[in-house]
Design a protein around this ligand. Sequence first.
Ligand SMILES: *Cc1c(COP(=O)(O)O)cnc(C)c1O
Length: 405
Amino acid sequence: MKALGPIPAGYEADGDGRLTIGGWDAEMLVNEAGGTPLFVYDSRRIADQVSRFRAAFPGVALHYAVKANPYAPLLEAMAVLVDGFDTASAGELGKVAHLALPISFAGPGKRDQELETAIRAGITVNLESEGEADRALAIAQREGLTPKLAVRVNPPFGLKGSGQKMGGLPSQFGVDHDRAPALVRRLIEAGADWRGLHIFAGSQALHADALIELQHDTVALAASIAEEAGHPPPEVNLGGGFGIPYFAKDQPLNVEAVGDALAKTLAGRPKILADTQFAIELGRWLVGEAGVYLTRIIARKESRGRTFHVTDGGLQHQLAASGNFGQLLRRNYPVAIAGRFGSAADEEVTITGCLCTPLDLLADEAMLPRAEVGDLVAIFCAGAYGLSASPTAFLSQPMAREMLI
Ligand SMILES: *Cc1c(COP(=O)(O)O)cnc(C)c1O
């Protein structure tokens, strides 16, 4: 038996013991969407996360990192909740351009065409290298425009204990911190509208202490770069990295503790940051737990003493749940049999997708209530890095449906 991840708080069974999402029966949602596999995103849960952030971080701007989930109706819902969108391609820019919020544009491989699109639209470009700065300035000059440019910094520290360590290393992301002041001066001398600094050092942190230390160091670094450059930054994007529990023993992040500590850090910040607007950019923490992936059991089979549920979904829609999205070790996501959400686990099963590869595991040797062909399997924590972070063309299976409720 291998443990399942913790089902996010707030998902409940109805009177018949069936899973409800946002108060709706899961089976009914599948009917309405036209079938499985289906991603359901609960807008109420997203709004609740935003409220929680607002209460914990008063005065700090909140940006949504579009790459976590670019589903159009979700972006529309997000547009009335957050203060800006952070994008990482012209494709993502195109998805939020009509939503009338400030946009920033990061990413290590921006093409000239993408820079031109962003500069023309008055979007803040987070520069990842001096070479990119040269190209952006040349494009702006050619177009006769004043570009909005921020400098993404490759910090000398990383986020401790995070899923992906970034920072403190050679990197394709950002300008090494000791070269940032010179670049800032150059941008200002060239007549650009310097928007400030962007410092993102990691993702999926569950320990408040690691984030508190990181934000403290990030504010100090921003101040020292600004002092060396001789210019106060209008904005400092402190990154994000707030994580959610996926696996057994993961504990939720104490966001309120992080907010309290940041308030103290900002209260004592160096003078050069006195008028700076601080922002935090979040993807996963805002939307991850709001999503559920629903897939139906096509076959129930026994093999050499093990029971398998083979479903109509799989890693082509939900790569991360299969353990193949950057995880070192495969562990089970939170998974349930939707129609028996209120029932006790009484058999050990392995749940697979329908692909012809043994990598396509959705739950391995998990204890769950008995299920039959036709039953719905629910995989939680599917709201971030789900469909758009999966190899949907692999094996030419049908696309998953998506629905925002
Ligand atoms: C991916 C990314 C994010 C979002 O990270 P989450 O872990 O989803 O919150 C934010 N900022 C940058 C620069 C990113 O690349």
